[in-house]
Design a protein around this ligand. Sequence first.
Ligand code: FBP
Length: 559
Amino acid sequence: MTNLSPLQIERLKYQPKLPSSLANGISHLIMNEGSATEAVANKEDIKNLFKNTYGKPTVTFQTSTEAVECSQRNVGVILSGGQAPGGHNVIAGLYDALKQANPENKLYGFLGGPSGIIEGKYVEFNDKFIDDYRNTGGFDIIGSGRTKLETEEQFQSSWEVCKKLNISAVVIIGGDDSNTNAAMLAEWFVAHNADIQVIGCPKTIDGDLKNDQIEISFGFDTATKTYGELIGNIERDANSAKKYWHFVKIMGRSASHVALEAALQTQPNITLISEEVEQKKMSLSSIIDYMADIIVRRSQIGKNFGIAVIPEGLIEFIPELKAMIANLNDVMPALEKDSKYTNGSDADKISIIENSLSSENSSVFKSLPSLIKSQLLMDRDPHGNVQVSKIETEKLLISMLEEKLSQLKKEGKYTGKFATQSHFFGYEGRCAFPSNFDADYCYSLGYNAFALINFGMTGYLSSVRNLTEPANNWLAGGVPLTMMMNMERRHGEMKPVIKKALVELDGPVFKKLETNREDWAMNDRYLFPGAIQYFGPASVCDITTVTLKLESESRLAEV
Ligand code: FBP
């Protein structure tokens, strides 16, 4: 590779750490089975849809002194969904495990996400290919995509491609939607006696693919540290100039884990948490009242500046907007087949939508600025999700606050200045060099995925736990994908999907924000985490997120 930065050169040399249970290699492992599992909700529906892969036990690995034979295998790997730091290391870990197990093994990378396996677009990895990408950010090694695997034709052509390459296992590195793909493909292959295993790896900066067995998805650590650095820098700027309110929207499609973690790292004046908004049934105007109150009170003590952190998915949690978006999602599939709608201008579309929604939802839609209306009508992603990254919620809040504050000014209740800057931090963090934590975690997840393959498992998610401990104490194993599934409405139909883990309002992470919120609002307690450190004391370089630390402390306290 040419054009390498000094840091890139150093990171290529980093040797990621493995849990000690995997450190003796794939050929020296024992797999222990736990008890049978059940889906997180809609158990009967999920059991019926996944007749062959439902109810399997969780498994854990332990080293053994006896060597087991590792027969020759070809494996395919897919990067799926949004980029997350460490994806390349998952592939490196998988490759190293596979080659250590049997040098004749082959690893193929499907190009451009799940469409690669359907269309037979692939590369074969070799040492040089893999070495250029070790410990680097991005998914550019093979690219990614969001194709939903669900039709008979897609499954059939994936099978054909695997047969052609003699592939007996596929690893899908993805978030909740991509691992839903993995579960569907695993079931289909078993049902058709295809003899192809499917293993998932928990990826997503959103941090919403977690449960008792999966402590965190990879990428969350690096992405939140990157946003933490950026927010910290903005806090310092705001505190220096003392003239702007900064509104920072933070990526994280649905759950607010990323915004919450970034807030705990930096202690801004206002942090909105979507899950709380939903639970307290806060309307858009009550959110504005809450924010305006802090802005007014700060102005009374001479502080016409501050930082507000806003989760990307907020709009879908505000009750009246949530109901309206659900109605939109139901009416849009039919409208998208109607040329009057598809060929219409933005204004035509808005007017057709206003007439198609229920009267209550239509008036909510009408109350929004036209910019937000058009953004709400943009295409859904292939999994039926609103593309919240394209909705400028931070600007919506600013414009509503401007109105509210000028009203308060007229009433003589506010005399401050409200000058704003808006930011959206998302893409800045998704391809950063993985932190030491993500570099190690991802490598272990990939390595462990091959251990699951070698034991013949299918429909499992690679699981590495005990993550607040040093890497050698991490616990490696697997979790059946069906255990995380429930039924949800997508594109107007009920579908089996992996349930997203939302922020728990009675959990220790949110509680930490809640207890400090008023203090942080008025007394600038800004924290400046600085840039991610890769070299230096472990207390700085290997530190995990506040979320992981608080959740682990709380789990230990329960035992
Ligand atoms: P995944 O769930 O696929 O990991 O994607 C996460 C994410 O980064 C969200 O936080 C964000 O809303 C979305 O992807 C953006 O999607 P895109 O990359 O298509 O713009």
